[in-house]
Write a protein that binds this ligand. Structure first.
Ligand SMILES: N[C@@H](CCC(=O)N[C@@H](CS)C(=O)NCC(=O)O)C(=O)O
Length: 198
C-alpha cells in the first residue's frame, strides 16, 4: 500500500501511527499538495493523506484511511457501539477524533494563511481562537487508558502545534494535557513519526 503524505502532516501521521501499531507496511510517497497539481489525479480534493491500495483503488481522508487500516490489521482503535453510554466506546472515540482533527485543521490553516500576503487578520485570529479553545477542552478531557483513534488524533494534532508553533507555550496553562501528551509520545509509533520539515 502507498500513502501519499509528508513528514509534517498531522493527518498522514495518524495513518502512519495506526499502521505502525498494527505492523502494516506503508510506502510513504512524499507529497507537497499545494505545489503538486498532478496529485489531484490521486485525490481531486488535493489533500494528503491518500491511500492507494494494492488493486489501485484510492481511499482519502484520514478517518476513513485509519478505519480501513484498523480493519485490515485487526486493530481495536475504533471501539464498538456501547448502547448504555454515549460517553464511552465508539462515539467517544469518534468524537475525540473529530476534536483532534479540528485542532489540526485550525493549526494547518493558521500556518498556511501566514504564508499568504493578503489574508484578513481576523481569519488567522479565528484559527488561533479555535486552537486555544480546543486545547482548553482537551486539558479537561479524560483520555482512555487503551488508546483509541481519538487519542491518536489528539496526540498527532498536538505534535503538529508543538512543531509548527514552538513559541506558543500551550503547556503552561495545561499541565494535565502536557503530562498526558508526553506519556503518549513514548509509544514507538509516535517516536517513529516525529514531525520534520516536509
Ligand atoms: N480531513 C482531511 C484533512 C487533510 C488536510 O487538510 N491535509 C492538508 C495537509 S496537512 C492538505 O493536504 N492541504 C492541502 C490543501 O488543503 O490544499 C484528513 O483528515 O485527511
Amino acid at each position: 500500500m502507498k500513502l501519499y503524505g509528508n513528514s509534517a502532516s498531522p493527518f498522514a501521521r495518524k495513518c502512519q501511527v495506526v499502521a505502525h501499531e498494527l505492523d502494516l507496511k506503508l510506502e510513504v510517497i512524499r507529497t507537497l499538495p499545494v505545489q503538486d497539481e498532478n496529485f489531484r489525479r490521486v485525490n481531486p480534493l488535493g489533500k494528503i493523506p491518500a491511500l492507494v491500495l494494492d488493486d489501485g483503488s484510492v481511499l482519502i481522508d484520514s478517518p476513513v484511511i485509519c478505519e480501513y487500516l484498523n480493519h485490515l490489521g485487526g486493530g481495536k482503535f475504533f471501539p464498538g457501539n456501547n448502547i448504555f453510554k454515549n460517553s464511552s466506546g465508539r462515539w467517544k472515540a469518534l468524537g475525540l477524533q473529530a476534536l483532534g482533527d479540528g485542532l489540526a485543521d485550525a493549526a494547518v490553516a493558521f500556518i498556511m494563511l501566514g504564508r499568504e500576503a493578503a489574508v484578513p487578520e481576523n481569519y488567522r485570529a479565528r484559527q488561533m481562537d479555535t486552537i486555544t479553545a480546543t486545547l482548553d477542552v482537551l486539558e479537561r478531557t479524560k483520555f482512555a487508558e487503551t488508546p483509541t483513534i481519538g487519542e491518536i488524533a489528539v496526540a498527532c494534532a498536538i505534535g503538529y502545534v508543538s512543531f509548527r508553533l514552538p513559541d506558543m507555550d500551550w503547556r503552561a496553562s495545561r499541565p494535565k494535557l502536557a503530562a498526558w501528551y508526553d506519556r503518549f509520545c513514548e509509544y514507538p509509533a509516535m517516536k517513529a513519526t516525529v514531525p520534520t520539515a516536509p
